[in-house]
Design a protein. Structure first.
Lengths: 316, 306
């Protein structure tokens, strides 16, 4: 496997090329180019077919979905096409509520995360204070804790946390974060990796800007807000994108801590479709509905998406 | 202009320093407190609970039981052993295949050609699709009369019997491996791609001038240049693979006969569904230590090769 792609890399003259190439060389380049497009197209089909199948099936009645599986018709919107499955979905589950919950949780997690983590990054990158290096080391150390390992103990932990509730017009003190919005948001605001990315980016901005502002009497918070934040658009975009996907896709956590239907996010709402006989047409309509918003966001910002993923890997 | 005494200047400098410390602590406090509350404490809690018989909802306070939970995991719980084995098997296949395929895709799309960006976007689409959605979709396609069987039937001209992929203990885990690779390989393609683009073009020019064959250019220029990227890719895939949960929960619930149960799935089943938090914490702790050891070994091996 390795040597075929090594050859294609070079034989197509990936970057720059020698001045004059003989005709045979050019012909060879053309054939390898055709081969490349062919290979990429095969992969494109592999990566696309399940999603095309999903969108197309969401428009068909159940009987026809099962029938069409035997032919290419599975990928073509033909026959009895309608939006009936989508209406069925709205009848079966409170989709609007689920979507609202997911949007709320995602926006607040990402938004508050940008503020909290960028401030932490500022403190680590641009301020001198006692214990900074220890804190930085600790934050990097937390990167190796996979969420899955603490998920179950954390259910126990949040069920003991104090909270304020409004009961009969009175503000009361109570225990237990289960079945709330905050339990879906607050634990995911601070993020060690986001702090790390902000710290790295902020240290590339010249420190002389801070000194000039200090002489003019600016407070550190003003320097953060007026100088560093406006200069760090790419870092904010990267962190927003990297935290957006996991927030929207949350599954394990809300599954365990949110039993109230009216507070559940879209991914957990999936469960309502697998009782008794599964109506696959409706399942496909629901999955299409919750995939489309993310897909649109991705296609609009695909350049930023790709460069933020790349940025996350560069640290090596 | 006033002349300040050295003492006063020192005092002033100290107070500026003090203010800076104060500002630094204040600005890191929100993130710091949240990390302590929702990361440090849960880790310590996992550690503490793993030596108790704590239950999720129980009138009795947790009681210290020593190493009982660990003994139980290693000796008296065959499902745990099976889950550990399945998780390991999954990782052993997924890590090299996903990393290799990601590199192949990265090399394919790392060139200036018309339409290459479109291909990058297409390869990346499964990554932005939720793993829950992906699991449901593939569960549907893996049915006995589903798309996968019908496709194999077509290309073998009807010789294919058809398998109930997810209900067969020998095919269930491989089926989940395939869709897991399919879903995440685009992510690693992008990481590899960023690694490829850090290799300076001059190195290739120099190698060509020395008459290096394409293969030698790959082994002597591309591959060494990708080493830091490789470490990152391998470690991230390994950690993700060992945490396998959603696919199992959505597609098989660990079945048939525990052939797809994983460590995290087992911990959730014990701790959440059966409310045995203490035992689940012990499993989580074992898992954490395993992840740590594997990640450290990986870093060491990949570094030493240099």
């Amino acid at each position: 496997m390795t040597d075929t792609y090594a050859q294609t890399v070079v034989s197509t003259g990936r970057r720059g090329s020698k001045p004059a190439r003989p005709a045979s060389d050019r012909r060879q380049r053309r054939t390898s180019r055709v081969f490349l497009y062919l290979a990429m197209s095969v992969f494109a089909v592999i990566f696309m077919f399940p999603l095309v199948f999903m969108f197309v099936s969401s428009l068909k009645p159940d009987a026809q979905i099962l029938q069409d599986v035997d032919s290419i018709a599975a990928f073509i919107p033909t026959g009895d096409i309608s939006l009936d499955n989508y209406f069925g979905v709205f009848d079966r589950v409170p989709v609007a509520q689920f979507l609202f919950n997911s949007v709320l949780v995602t926006v607040l997690t990402v938004g508050l995360g940008l503020v909290v983590n960028s401030m932490a990054g500022f403190a680590l990158a641009r301020l001198e204070w006692k214990g900074k290096l220890v804190v930085l080391a600790l934050i990097i150390a937390t990167l190796i804790v996979p969420f899955e390992t603490i998920a179950v103990p954390m259910v126990y932990w949040v069920s003991q946390l104090p909270t304020l509730v409004i009961e009969g017009g009175m503000l009361k003190y109570d225990f237990g974060w289960l079945n709330t919005y905050e339990v879906q948001i607050v634990p995911f605001i601070a993020n060690a990796f986001s702090i790390f990315l902000f710290t790295q980016y902020f240290s590339t901005i010249p420190k002389s800007l801070d000194e000039a502002a200090r002489i003019d009497g600016a407070s550190w918070f003003t320097i953060y807000r007026r100088i560093v934040v406006p200069l760090s658009g790419p870092a904010f975009a990267t962190v927003a994108i990297l935290t957006f996907l996991p927030a929207w896709n949350q599954y394990l956590w809300p599954l365990m801590v949110v039993q109230k239907e009216e507070l559940r996010p879209v991914m957990v709402g999936m469960q309502y479709f697998f009782q008794l006989n599964t109506a696959w047409g409706e399942v496909m309509a629901y999955t299409s509905l919750i995939t489309l918003p993310v897909l649109i966001v991705f296609l609009v910002f695909q350049r930023a998406f790709v460069s933020s993923i790349a940025a996350s890997g560069v640290k090596g | 202009m006033t002349v300040t005494s050295p003492q006063r200047a020192l005092k002033r400098a100290r107070s500026i320093k003090g203010r800076e410390t104060w500002a630094g602590v204040a600005m890191i406090a929100p993130a710091g407190i949240l990390l302590i509350l929702f990361l440090v404490i849960p880790v310590l809690l996992a550690f503490g609970l793993s030596f108790t018989n704590a239950r999720l909802i129980s009138p009795n306070p947790p009681r210290f039981v020593g190493a009982d939970n660990f003994v139980r995991a290693f000796i008296a719980d065959p499902t745990f052993a099976q889950s550990a084995l399945n998780t390991l098997l999954f990782a052993i296949v997924v890590v090299p295949v996903q990393a290799g395929l990601g590199l192949l895709l990265a090399v394919l799309v790392n060139r200036r050609m018309r339409g290459v960006t479109a291909f990058r976007v297409i390869f990346f689409i499964p990554v932005v699709t939720s793993i829950v959605v992906v699991s449901i979709l593939w569960k549907f396609m893996y049915q006995k009369d589903g798309l996968i069987n019908s496709f194999i039937d077509q290309i073998t001209f009807g010789a294919w019997e058809g398998i109930d992929w997810l209900n067969n203990p020998t095919t269930a885990l491989p089926a989940i491996i395939v869709l897991s690779i399919w879903q995440a390989v685009g992510f690693h393609m992008i990481i590899w791609l960023s690694g490829l683009q850090t290799i300076p073009e001059e190195l290739y020019e120099a190698a060509r001038m020395d008459g290096a064959s394409p293969w030698r250019q790959f082994t002597n220029v591309t591959w060494p240049g990708l080493r830091p990227t490789m470490v990152f890719v391998l470690v991230t895939i390994t950690i993700a693979a060992l945490g396998l949960f959603v696919q199992i929960d959505v597609m098989t619930q660990g079945g048939p006969v525990n052939s797809t149960s994983t460590i995290v799935f087992h911990a959730v089943r014990k701790g959440y569904e059966q409310q045995e938090i203490g035992y689940a914490a012990a499993i989580s702790l074992i898992f954490f230590v395993a992840v740590l050891i594997i990640a450290l070994i990986q870093r060491r091996i990949t570094r030493d090769k240099d």
